[in-house]
Design a protein around this ligand. Structure first.
Ligand code: SAM
Length: 262
């Protein structure tokens, strides 16, 4: 997988990708990350990359030209034009923006199937809309809040996609159990010691009974999802036993709220 990142702050990526799983993936030859300074594609003497917004208002807007030229230089103008003409995406060209669709594990899997992705990081008030019209194939937000730049969002996308690539994680079982992998949150995790400040590890986890552990984990994952992210349950892949367990939890909550009814 090759990532090309367009940014005004290339140095931001050095320490993040010099560490941990992404670094190991680079060293193992599973991913390449090329960070490009948008300023290098500005054609004027002073390498200007932003200007005042048409229509007035505060702040500056990133100019379209350096970004469009950068994308065409990386992918070739023909491929860029073909993608826009046909709508068939060969290399996703992604603008990071709070006005995008919300990035999630499903999109991370979707991107993991590509061999190359271009990520465009905005700054200031954002990017001239012609970048979207001429080269972008997607717009991604990492959540309903506003950051000062797209760099942290690009890092989040790269890390989430990279850890799904075959051979990147030492133990691929982690991916299967992770929160959002199966549409619900992950079960609680414990490690040694078995008792800490009076809090004990649930006995079932010490039992060595794999079937019981698996059932406990599934139920805890459902319970946690119901408590923290009930919105996920509507689309989750649930079996009959899962539904019965959730129904029991909901009944219990009802009883706790209205003890006189039971
Ligand atoms: N005026 C823009 C708006 O309201 O949509 C926000 C601009 S923001 C201050 C500057 C840049 O940060 C954006 O161009 C984008 O690249 C990045 N950014 C901010 N929040 C983001 C988010 N939630 N997800 C992805 N990128 C984000």
């Amino acid at each position: 997988m090759r990532y090309d990142v367009l940014t005004l702050f290339p140095d931001m990526f050095e320490s993040v990708f010099g560490e941990s799983i992404v670094r190991r993936a680079i060293e193992a030859g599973r991913v390449e990350i090329h960070v490009h300074n948008i300023r290098d594609y500005a054609t004027d003497k002073h390498h200007v990359t932003d200007d005042l917004p048409y229509g007035g208002g505060g702040g500056m807007v990133m100019k379209a030209e350096p970004i469009v030229l950068a994308v065409e230089d990386l992918l070739g103008a023909d491929l860029v034009a073909r993608q826009k003409d046909t709508g068939r995406v060969e290399v996703p060209v992604v603008v990071l923006t709070p006005a995008g669709r919300t990035f999630d594990q499903r999109i991370a899997h979707e991107y993991g199937r590509h061999e190359r992705i271009v990520l465009i990081c905005g700054r200031y008030e954002g990017i001239d809309e012609r970048v979207s019209e001429l080269v972008a194939t997607d717009h991604l937000s990492i959540g309903d809040y506003v950051l000062s730049g797209g760099e942290i969002a690009a890092m989040a996308v790269i890390e989430a996609v990279t850890r799904l690539l075959p051979g990147v994680l030492g133990d691929m079982r982690a991916i299967v159990d992770d929160s959002h992998a199966q549409g619900i949150l992950e079960y609680p995790q414990y490690t040694r010691p078995s008792e800490y400040r009076g809090q004990e590890v649930p006995e079932v986890l010490l039992s060595g009974n794999h079937a019981l552990v698996a059932r406990w984990r599934r139920e805890q994952a459902l319970r946690r999802t119901l408590e923290r992210r009930p919105d996920l349950l509507a689309d989750a892949d649930l079996g009959e036993a899962d539904r019965r367990y959730l129904a029991r939890l909901c009944d219990r909550e009802d009883e706790d709220r209205n003890p006189q009814r039971s």
